[in-house]
Structures are given as structure tokens and as C-alpha cells.
Design a protein around this ligand. Structure first.
Ligand code: S3P
Length: 430
């Protein structure tokens, strides 16, 4: 059984059932908070994310003088436009959150005062030149520390650019577009592959004109006006509950009010192609498709996940790897070298952790090949301080013989603090 409140030990379970609603999607909430802080007026965000990462965004905005208040799951931002932002009293702490650091960098590129953005040890190992370069090209002074945080930005006097992203990144795309709102002339970003499009969906709701032409997105200077919405449940968190349901023999879960943006649900298409019994229904269409997901125990088979879909499921590769351990045949992931520069080297961490549990998985420079369908056994495994590795190992443990001990499992708080509690509830429900 799944143990008590903050479990480090898990075992095979016969059953996983329940109906769940989840705190707001992390990517959507970061953007609502940032846009609310750049806007004039009161932005109310219902069902705000419970993730430590989104709390980092709110904290940084407060340190920049933005009026942010939080009452349980509601966040209210009383924006006075970017001109009202003030130099923070010290470095801005982005914690573990790459989204906070990179997207806030874009907004700060328009501000005529110096700011330093920093984070925890994991974030300070991650690449930042990808965001520094376009912001410099727009006229901001940006310094990184050997390409990593801490990063210092002194902005203002920006001019629009046209920037082709060398690697698909929704964070960098967003940073350039947020800088573009404060620049003279048009700012265009061209994506190599489609990445999550929350910025494109939400900017018009805040009153900015954004034009889309093929893979090119263009904004011009704009004053945002406040916009309020209830954030849909986090679909990347839902992925772990869905995979738990697929792997456990007597399982049925339903997740209501969850984000169903097609640029985030590619993992569900892959799971269906693997034979998963998964259904979805959209109930709200704009600005973010929202609805329900149902998943039941399934017999899975391996599939090839090609590079072209990777940006649309980049955060779900750990959950998909857990599913692949139980899929007959081989599942391959390619074109996913970006996973090596996430909160941990996710390719290495998955190969190590799932391998210790008996999975036959081959590491590749840009992904892995999992020869699935083998019996797994409990083991002592390491999250490497990475929330999604901890959750992938935890759901795999539900299908393994014996006990699995996950070291450093508390890092799930970065995106999904309720995870172990909901897992336990699902295992207890008759
Ligand atoms: C995110 C974009 C992705 C993703 C991250 C959230 C976002 O990162 O991995 O968890 O909200 O824009 P990249 O932009 O680095 O691909």
C-alpha cells in the first residue's frame, strides 16, 4: 500500500480509483501572474497553482513592488503597468523554477533598472544564454554567469526583432514576446516545432494584439489591461494519476476541470496509441480548453515517440517512461536532448531509477529505448531532487513487487504538493 502522509516507501497496489480535481496549471498560472503584473487593473486568478514554482513567480513580482495578494487558492494582482515596477531590494529568487526566471527576464528587459535573477542549485546549472541572446539583440544589457544564473538584466529602450528559436522553448518564446510588448516596432518569434501556446492564447485576453502566421508570432508595443479567470487543473500533474490508473490492475480515475490544451495533451495521444483506455471531453473552449479525463487499467504496447511531438509532451516524458515499463515491446523517445537540461538530467535519472527497478532501458543521447513488459521489483531510487522523476518512480512502484524507497521525494512540492496524498486516496478508495 501507499504509506502515510509524506511517503518515501511505496508498494504494488491492487486498486487505484477516484475522482480528482487539481490545482491550477503551472504554465497557465505563471503567465496569468506575469501578465496581471504588467497590466493595469485587478487580475483575479481562481484555483491558482499550489506549486512552489508559481509561488516563486508571485514572490519575485512582490519584490518588484507589484501588489500581489493570496487568499487560499485565489490570487489577486492589482497591476499599475510595468512603469510601476521598482528595483527589487536584492536578487530575485526564482527557486527551482526555470519558467519564473526565463519569462520574468523577458518582462524585466523592458525595465530601465538592474535586476538580478537567481535560483536554487538545480536552476543555477541550467542554460540561460538562450533567453539572454534575444533580449540583448533587443537592446537590453544581460549578463549570465558562464551561461547560467545568476543573470543580471538592465533594460529599457528596446527595439523589436525577428528571432528564430534554435530549440523549441515556450519559456524563451514568452520572454521575447513579453519584451516585445515594451519595444519599439514589431517583435517576431519563429518556432522550430510547436511548443505550448498559453502566451499566445492569453495575451489577447489581456488586450494585446498578437498575429500568427505559420510558425511566426508577432507582437507590438501594448498596454495590457487586467483579465480574470479560474485556472484549469494542471494537466502535467494529471499525467501521473492517468499513468497510475493504466498500470494498476483494478483502476479507474476521472479528473475534472483539467487543462486540455492540445499543445499539452500530446501525451494522451501517445498513451492511446499504446493501447491505453483514456477518454477526454472539452467543456470550456477558451481561452484555454478545459474538461475531463478518464483513464482505466490497460494493456499497453510500445510505440516510437518522434522528435516532432516532443515539445508538446516534454514534461510528460517521465510519466510516459513509467507507462513504457509495462508496455509490451519497445518504446523509443528521440529528439529529446532538452530533457538533459531540465530540473535534472531526466534521461539519465529515468534510466538509472527505472533500471534499478528491473526495467530494460537503453540510454541514448537524445532519449531512450525501453523494452517493456518485464516484471519490476522494488528498489531504492533517487529523484535527483526532480519533482517529475520522483512522481514517475512513485507510479512505477505501484506496479513493482516489493517495496520501493524514493530518496528526496519531498521535491514533488515544486509542481504537485498534493501528489502523495491523492495517490494514497486513490489506493484506499474501494
Ligand atoms: C514551460 C516550458 C517548458 C517546460 C516547462 C514549462 C512553460 O520549458 O519544460 O516545464 O511554461 O513555458 P522550455 O521552454 O524550456 O521547453
Amino acid at each position: 500500500m501507499v504509506p502515510s502522509r509524506r511517503p518515501l516507501r511505496l508498494q504494488r497496489v491492487p486498486r487505484f480509483r477516484g475522482r480528482f480535481t487539481l490545482a491550477g496549471d503551472k504554465s497557465v498560472c505563471h503567465r496569468l501572474a506575469l501578465m496581471g503584473a504588467l497590466a493595469r487593473g485587478e487580475t483575479r486568478i481562481g484555483n491558482f497553482s499550489s506549486a512552489a514554482d508559481c509561488a516563486s513567480t508571485l514572490r519575485c513580482l512582490s519584490l518588484l513592488g507589484v501588489d500581489v495578494s493570496r487568499d487560499e487558492s485565489d490570487v489577486v494582482i492589482r497591476g499599475e503597468g510595468p512603469e510601476a515596477w521598482r528595483p527589487a531590494p536584492g536578487p530575485l529568487p526564482a527557486g527551482n523554477s526555470g519558467s519564473t526566471l526565463r519569462m520574468l527576464a523577458g518582462a524585466l528587459a523592458g525595465r530601465p533598472f538592474p535586476s538580478t535573477l537567481t535560483g536554487d542549485a538545480s536552476l543555477c546549472r541550467r542554460p540561460m544564454e538562450r533567453v539572454a541572446q534575444p533580449l540583448r539583440a533587443m537592446g537590453a544589457q544581460v549578463r549570465t554567469t558562464d551561461g547560467r544564473p545568476p543573470m543580471t538584466i538592465e533594460g529599457g529602450g528596446l527595439k523589436g526583432i525577428s528571432w528564430s528559436l534554435p530549440v523549441a522553448s515556450a519559456q524563451v518564446k514568452t520572454a521575447v514576446l513579453l519584451a516585445g510588448l515594451q519595444a519599439d516596432g514589431a517583435t517576431t518569434v519563429v518556432e522550430p516545432e510547436p511548443s505550448r501556446d498559453h502566451t499566445e492564447r492569453l495575451l489577447p485576453a489581456f488586450g494585446a494584439a498578437l498575429t500568427v502566421s505559420g510558425t511566426a508570432l508577432t507582437v507590438t508595443r501594448a498596454d495590457l489591461r487586467a483579465f480574470s479567470m479560474t485556472a484549469p487543473g494542471d494537466v502535467s500533474s494529471a499525467a501521473f494519476l492517468v499513468v497510475a490508473a493504466l498500470l494498476v490492475p483494478d483502476a479507474h480515475v476521472r479528473i475534472d476541470g483539467v487543462l486540455l490544451n492540445p499543445r499539452r495533451t500530446a501525451f494522451l495521444d501517445v498513451l492511446r496509441a499504446m493501447g491505453a483506455d483514456v477518454a477526454t471531453g472539452v467543456e470550456i473552449a477558451t481561452p484555454e480548453p478545459t474538461g475531463w479525463i478518464e483513464a482505466r487499467s490497460s494493456r499497453l504496447h510500445g510505440v516510437a515517440i518522434p522528435a516532432s511531438v516532443v515539445p508538446a509532451l516534454i514534461d510528460e516524458v517521465p510519466a510516459l517512461a513509467a507507462a513504457a515499463t509495462q508496455a509490451e515491446g519497445t518504446t523509443t523517445v528521440s529528439g529529446a536532448a532538452e530533457l538533459r537540461v531540465k530540473e535534472s538530467d531526466r534521461i539519465a535519472a529515468l534510466v538509472e531509477g527505472l533500471g534499478r527497478m528491473g526495467a530494460a532501458v537503453e540510454e541514448r543521447p537524445d532519449g531512450f529505448a525501453m523494452h517493456g513488459g518485464r516484471p519490476l521489483h522494488g528498489a531504492t531510487v533517487d529523484s535527483h531532487g526532480d519533482h517529475r522523476i520522483a512522481m514517475a518512480l512513485a507510479v512505477t512502484a505501484l506496479a513493482a513487487d516489493g517495496e520501493t524507497r524514493i530518496e528526496d521525494a519531498a521535491c514533488v512540492d515544486v509542481s504537485f504538493p498534493e501528489f502523495f496524498g491523492l495517490l494514497e486516496r486513490g489506493c484506499r478508495t474501494a
